[in-house]
Design a protein around this ligand. Structure first.
Ligand code: HEM
Length: 168
C-alpha cells in the first residue's frame, strides 16, 4: 500500500513538473526571464554587429531602457533620440529584431508622442538573446541582434545590423 502511495506521489510530482516546464518554455525570456515578472530598468548600448566596439549609432539609443517580463515574454521599451554624425543629422526610422531565423519588425510598436514622424521609442519582444555572464556563471545581461534603418537628412546610410547590449 505504501509503495503504491509513493508511486502516485511521484507521478503527481512528474505531472506538475512537466506543466511547469511547458509554462516556462515560452517563445522568449530564457535569459531576461530571470529578471522576474514586471518592469525592470536595464542599461543598453548599441554595439557593432561583429566588432567588440560601440556602434556609430549608439548615441541615438537612450539608456536606461525598460524590460517588462510577462507570461514568459520579455518586451523592451527603448527610447531613441536623433543624433548628429559629422555634418549630418539622422534618426532611427525602423528597428527590426532577430527572432532566431530572420530580422523582423513583426510586433514592433513605433512610438511617436509628438506625431512629428520621428520615432521617440520602439517597443518590441526580445526573442533570441544570448546571455552575458560573469566568470562565476551569473547572468548579468544579454545580447540581442537588431537591424536598423536610418533616416539621414541630406544623405543616406545602408540598412545595418548591430547588437543591443542589455545589462541588468
Ligand atoms: C546621423 C547621421 C548618420 C550618418 C551620416 C551615418 C552614416 C553611416 C555610415 C557612412 C556608415 C557606414 C556604412 C557602411 O559603409 O557600411 C554607418 C554605419 C552604421 N550606422 Fe550610421 N549614420 C548615421 C546615423 C545612425 C543612426 C541614428 C544609427 C542607429 C541608431 C546608425 C547605425 C549604424 C550602424 C548599426 C552601422 C553599422 C556599423 C556600426 O555599427 O558602427 N547610424 N552609418
Amino acid at each position: 500500500m505504501k509503495k503504491r502511495l509513493l508511486t502516485v506521489a511521484v507521478m503527481a510530482l512528474m505531472l506538475v513538473m512537466s506543466f511547469a516546464m511547458t509554462a516556462s518554455a515560452g517563445p522568449v525570456a530564457d535569459t531576461l526571464g530571470a529578471l522576474g515578472p514586471g518592469p525592470h530598468s536595464v542599461g543598453v548600448d548599441l554595439y557593432h554587429a561583429t566588432l567588440d566596439q560601440l556602434s556609430m549609432g549608439d548615441p541615438a539609443i537612450d539608456s536606461p531602457a525598460s524590460v517588462t517580463v510577462a507570461s514568459g515574454v520579455a518586451t523592451m521599451t527603448l527610447g531613441v533620440s536623433p543624433m548628429t554624425f559629422g555634418e549630418y543629422t539622422g534618426y532611427l526610422e525602423k528597428l527590426e529584431y532577430y527572432d532566431g531565423g530572420v530580422y523582423t519588425d513583426e510586433d514592433v510598436v513605433v512610438v511617436d508622442y509628438d506625431l512629428d514622424e520621428v520615432p521617440d521609442a520602439f517597443i518590441f519582444p526580445i526573442t533570441d538573446e544570448t546571455a552575458i555572464t560573469t566568470g562565476g556563471g551569473a547572468v548579468i545581461g544579454a545580447w540581442q541582434k537588431v537591424q536598423v534603418t536610418v533616416k539621414v537628412e541630406g544623405s543616406s546610410m545602408p540598412v545595418s545590423q548591430a547588437r543591443l547590449k542589455i545589462m541588468f
